[in-house]
Design a protein around this ligand. Structure first.
Ligand code: GDP
Length: 310
């Protein structure tokens, strides 16, 4: 009996819900195919999946147009259209795929921001490991001088990944830490500096002012720096990710996102809204707590994952 209940409560995937709108409702198939009512239900379904209004309309309009042209006749057609539209929305603009690194021999600076608990420290560790495996020599800078433990935690990741490390006293000025880290990297022959930052200060405006100062100092110190300013978001928080991205995006010139904890959610629709509404692309995804659990973002695979999720 309990098994029966669990089965009844099992959630349907996004694709199952979309498919049922179009193809299992007998009246829809008999009367007008994808009629107004079906398109409205498709719209509601995508909104509920965190796509946001603008991307939802884009997908629905595309489905409607192709249906009218006779190009959506069966489930496979519909799936192909929805998939390619989602993949098209989340894809990075041409030429901006992957991380922007300085030429070999030049110093690359990567600034990492995000609120506490999203997976920032872990993502920095994984990123350091990934770059090291690509033949880069990395140095981690402990720019989160506010949170007790953040400096030690980052040092552990530096040791685990064989990266250089520039620490700080709690309460030190993060911009000074970033400045020192660049000097240390140059002196010690590292070619990538990853700067950690605070995820919380006494007030939000203090935090944003502090991050802007770090950004400014780095820009003055190294040509083209920060080469990447990546906001780490927790994939499990849905719509909250959008408000975090808005907040950080207003203060800083974000170059992309790291989407942590993608392995812990069956939803990912907010990524569609992040791209469509804020122009932000995911560059890397976190797929677990281990050091190797980080992958480049793949729009096609991601679109398939969104349809397979709830
Ligand atoms: P921070 O406060 O933003 O620096 O967050 P941490 O890096 O300390 O991570 C918070 C928690 O999330 C830790 O328990 C991490 O192991 C976990 N975490 C980070 N990234 C991932 C991920 O991609 N997948 C999973 N499952 N857990 C993650």
């Amino acid at each position: 009996m309990s098994r029966l209940f669990r089965r009844a409560e099992e959630k349907k995937s996004l694709w199952q819900r979309i498919k049922e709108i179009a193809f299992t409702d007998v009246t829809v198939i008999m009367k007008g195919g994808l009629d107004e009512d079906a398109l409205e239900r498709l719209e509601e379904t995508l909104l509920a999946a965190d796509f946001g209004a603008s991307a939802t309309l884009r997908v629905v309009d595309r489905v409607e147009a192709l249906y009218r042209e006779g190009k959506i006749r069966d489930e496979a057609d519909l799936k192909r259209v929805v998939l390619s539209e989602i993949a098209g929305i989340v894809a990075p603009p041409a030429g901006t795929n992957g991380l922007r690194l300085a030429d070999r021999g030049e110093l690359t600076v990567i600034l990492i921001v995000g609120v506490n608990g999203v997976g920032k420290t872990t993502s920095i560790g994984k990123l350091a490991n990934m770059l090291k495996r690509q033949g880069r020599s990395v140095l981690l800078a402990a720019g989160d001088t506010f949170r007790a433990g953040a400096i030690d935690q980052l040092q552990i990741w530096a040791e685990r990944t064989g990266s250089g490390f520039v620490g700080a006293r709690p309460g030190a000025d993060p911009a000074a830490v970033a400045f020192d880290a660049v000097d240390a990297a140059r002196n010690r022959g590292h070619d990538v500096v990853i700067v950690d930052t605070a995820g919380r200060l006494h007030t939000q405006s203090d935090l944003m002012a502090e991050l802007q100062k770090v950004e400014r100092v780095l820009a003055r110190k190294v040509p083209g720096a920060p080469h990447e300013t990546l906001l780490v978001l927790d994939a499990t928080v849905g719509q909250n990710a959008l408000s975090q991205a808005r907040l950080f995006g207003e203060a800083l010139s974000l170059s992309g996102l790291i989407l942590a904890k993608l392995d812990s959610t069956a939803k990912g629709g907010v990524v569609v809204a992040l791209r469509q509404e804020l122009g932000l692309t995911v560059k890397l995804v976190g797929t677990g707590e281990g050091i190797g659990d980080i992958e480049p973002f793949d729009p096609q695979a991601f679109a398939e994952g969104v349809l397979a999720g709830e």
